[in-house]
Design a protein around this ligand. Structure first.
Ligand code: GLA
Length: 687
């Protein structure tokens, strides 16, 4: 197949541009899909990537309107935003691809709207529309026979992706007789893993970390997470020592509260029983200078609500954290991200803001009260009451600010009010602060080079938070820049971002993993590397449907975040948690690896272009091993014990399925489907 076998017709003022002479006579201005073809809008495009944080839409433009090209409305097709890429494993089963392509008519008056459509068969370009602008339409009809991979691309035509709403109208594949999307020929796209987490046992199980770090004299706030058939009775032993006289445990609310003035490690034993059995867990209350001894587990509003966040949505998230059962698996923080504060109007700000900043009037308002107290916008009538509501459910509350005067969402920041802000947040009862660099350079530019000024800005807030009368977990969010892993801990941080924002695409997932891997050494109890929030489940980027990562990729995501000891912040709508997403978040053995008290992070001992073998030593002497398939195809991945520094004979447990697989000598090999990672726990065999 060559470019000569491809034809294009450009419909612009009836100009006909024909690359191939083969089909000229058959073509009018619009090309209908051949009979029996499979429309592109019937195919699962969750693995596709789009620009501007969008995702492809079936039968609609990327904005949700009707598909229209050069005045012609199409009922079928896919609306995308450039740059768009979709790679289909055709395995020779795709014979032909046809489409009408162009910039959607909704951008008819935008000079910046220009795109280019490409079709690749394996690595060869077999169709190239050239640059198309608003009002132009081209036809693609291309022979694909023999291609293993077919790639559809819409590029920004070199002038940036602004306004690039593009359509693949009436786009369709002709597959070989008998081959259909989703079966035989295309199934090799990869066996997708379903739910692996076993159903919750009715017997009681005590979950969550087995250690809690608290500063001397500051309030203890701990909810004991327990699963099992209700009613469950819980109790604690070990509080009857003098130094713990101000600590109480309420078996009804399962809350451990109070304070301890003297530093030390205090051993407690939590107990749970119900009609089906009993459970016990040894727990250490570590009173000292280090808090956040295991990575925090929680939910954050940003991926879900962005600018639309409100007090009501936060409360609903807290309720859903409890009603979904997640709180009983150890999930505890409810974090309010950007957009809770006021912002100036564009006129007050004195500069033009980008179009994505919508200005709902509820956000306008003064930055501060007369005494300097930060003002929340009218979607947050009472920040203290909201924190109280979260605490009343046994959860912890977090909020967001920035070191400059303007946050990423153009709301006000903490610049020159750091002490006041920290004191206010503590008085309101917040337990976590995410401090995001955003436009910090504006105010901090005179404070040294990039690294110096970020350190100063972050340390200033870190010191303010540490002076408060409650423990506040401090998150430095500077997107992994300026060697943050080398100074964040000294700035008082408990976790720090190691990369730019993660979205639910494979490419960005790999970026987060690969960048995090390089700084593994920086993490230890009290300070963790943060490859960003979880992108599983229904959230904004996928119009509240479900993550654009395939199920296998979601296993890679959670398995790697467990071995990397990453903070886990769910970013989806907890009220719309589907059974698959929930199963990823409630696997107690996976969470136990993430929360392991040894606090040594995992590393890839084997790292090839095809697969990784990650290993993480655990407190009980065993090791967590993640077998990570970077390819599309299912492959056998060997865990070679000698290479991994493991004993020659190991007992292997499949962590996701929670099943013992038996004893293995020298190596353990598993078949891992494309783009997935699975977790195993390897313990030395008994002699
Ligand atoms: C940045 C951060 C995100 C989020 C937004 C809020 O992009 O990296 O996690 O906090 O700002 O505006």
């Amino acid at each position: 197949m060559s470019i000569q076998q491809t034809k294009f017709l450009l419909h612009k003022n009836m100009i006909l541009a024909v690359i191939s002479m083969l089909y000229v006579s058959a073509v009018s201005g619009v090309f209908a899909a051949p009979a029996g073809a499979t429309y592109l809008d019937e195919i699962d495009l969750s693995a596709a990537t789009c620009g501007a944080g969008r995702h492809p839409r079936a039968k609609r433009t990327v904005e949700g309107g009707p598909i229209a090209l050069a005045g012609k409305v199409f009922a079928r097709g896919v609306g995308v935003h450039a740059p768009f890429t979709f790679k289909l494993l055709a395995n020779g089963a795709a014979m032909r691809f046809t489409a009408n392509v162009g910039v959607d008519d909704d951008m008819h008056d935008r000079p910046l709207a220009s795109v280019r459509f490409l079709v690749l068969a394996d690595d060869r370009i077999v169709a190239d529309s050239g640059v198309l602008r608003a009002g132009e339409r081209a036809v693609i009809d291309v022979n694909l026979a023999g291609a293993k991979w077919v790639t559809l691309k819409t590029t920004d035509a070199g002038d940036g992706y602004a306004c690039d709403h593009a359509d693949w109208a009436d786009a369709a594949f002709v597959f070989k007789p008998g081959a259909k999307w989703g079966d035989a020929a295309l199934a090799e796209l990869s066996r997708q893993l379903g739910v692996l987490t076993p159903p919750e046992s009715p017997a009681p199980r005590i979950n969550g970390p087995s250690v809690l770090g608290v500063s001397p004299g500051k309030p203890v706030l701990y909810y004991l997470p327990v699963t099992g058939a209700k009613p469950i009775q819980v109790a604690v032993e070990g509080l009857d020592v003098d130094k713990l006289k101000e600590v109480t445990f309420d078996p009804k609310t399962r809350m451990l509260t109070g304070k301890v003035d003297t530093a030390g490690d205090y051993k407690l034993v939590f107990k749970a029983k119900n009609a089906k059995g009993r459970a016990e867990r040894i727990f250490t209350l570590k009173v000292g200078s280090t808090i956040c001894l295991t990575p925090p587990l929680g939910w954050n509003s940003w991926n879900c609500w962005g600018q639309e966040v409100s007090d009501e949505k936060m409360r609903r998230a807290a309720d859903a954290m409890v009603s979904s059962g997640l709180a009983d698996h150890g999930w505890s923080y409810i974090v309010l991200d950007d957009c809770w504060r006021t912002r100036p109007t564009e006129k007050e700000a004195g500069f033009k803001r980008p179009g994505w900043v919508r200005d709902p009037p509820h956000m306008y308002g003064p930055a501060r009260e007369a005494d300097g107290t930060p003002v929340s916008n009218s979607h947050f009538p009472d920040m203290k009451a909201m924190a109280d509501y979260i605490h009343a459910r046994g959860l912890k509350a977090g909020l967001y600010s920035v070191p400059g005067s303007m946050a990423c969402c153009y709301t006000f920041g903490s610049w020159a009010h750091e002490e006041k802000d920290a004191a206010t947040w503590a008085a309101w009862g917040y337990d976590l602060v995410k401090y995001d660099w955003c436009y910090g350079d504006r105010e901090w530019k005179k404070a040294g080079n990039d690294r110096e000024r970020q350190f100063k800005a972050y340390k200033l807030m870190g010191d303010c938070l540490a002076r408060q009368g409650r423990d506040i977990v401090y998150n430095v969010c500077n997107y992994g820049r300026h060697e943050v892993t080398k100074w964040a801990r000294a700035a008082g941080a408990h976790y720090w971002r190691t990369n730019n924002d993660l979205k639910d695409t494979w490419k960005l997932l790999l970026r987060s993993i690969d960048q995090n891997m390089e700084v593994a050494d920086a993490a230890a109890p009290g300070g963790w590397n943060d490859p960003d929030m979880l992108v599983v489940g229904p959230m904004r980027s996928n119009s509240f449907t479900t993550s654009r990562l395939t199920p296998n990729e979601q296993y890679a995501h959670i398995s790697l975040w467990a071995v990397m000891a990453s903070p886990l912040f769910i970013g989806c709508d907890l009220e719309r948690l589907d059974p698959f997403t929930r199963s990823l978040l409630v696997n107690d053995e996976v969470l136990e690896i993430n929360q392991d008290t040894l606090g040594k992070v995992g590393r890839p001992m084997v790292h090839t272009s095809e697969y990784d073998v990650w290993i993480r030593p655990l407190a009980d002497g065993s090791h967590a091993v993640a077998l990570f398939n970077r390819t599309w195809e299912e492959i056998e991945i060997p865990a070679d014990f000698a290479k991994l520094g493991l004993p020659s004979s190991c007992v292997v447990r499949d962590v996701w399925s929670q099943k013992d697989l038996g004893e293995f000598r020298d190596r353990f090999t598993a078949s891992i489907p494309g783009h997935a990672a699975l977790l195993y726990k390897l313990s030395k065999s008994k002699e």
